[in-house]
Design a protein around this ligand. Structure first.
Ligand code: ZN
Ligand code: ZN
Length: 84
């Protein structure tokens, strides 16, 4: 791959990332009898990208639309990017 192609590719990746990070994210707790109060508290909440990374320091990226907040060990919650 030549340099110009590489630069073009990086611009596309940056644009995709900027788009992803401009979208709202929604917290989904798995709600059953094992769900703790900390997880329940966030269930259904909306976050901007910035709020999400600031609120959940252990955030793990699973895919471009799915993140795991890991607010405690064995946390089963997911944060999903919602398209607008
Ligand atoms: Zn929990
Ligand atoms: Zn949880």
């Amino acid at each position: 791959m030549c340099m110009a192609e590489l630069v073009k590719l990086i611009r596309i990746v940056d644009a995709v990332r900027a788009f992803e990070q401009s979208q709202p994210f929604r917290y989904y707790a798995i709600t059953d009898d094992r769900t703790c109060e900390a997880c329940m508290k966030y269930d259904g909440d909306w976050f901007s990208w910035e709020d999400m990374v600031n609120t959940f320091p252990d955030l793990e990226r699973i895919s471009d639309a799915t993140y795991l907040p890991h607010i405690h060990p064995n946390c089963r919650c997911q944060i999903i990017r919602e398209m607008i």
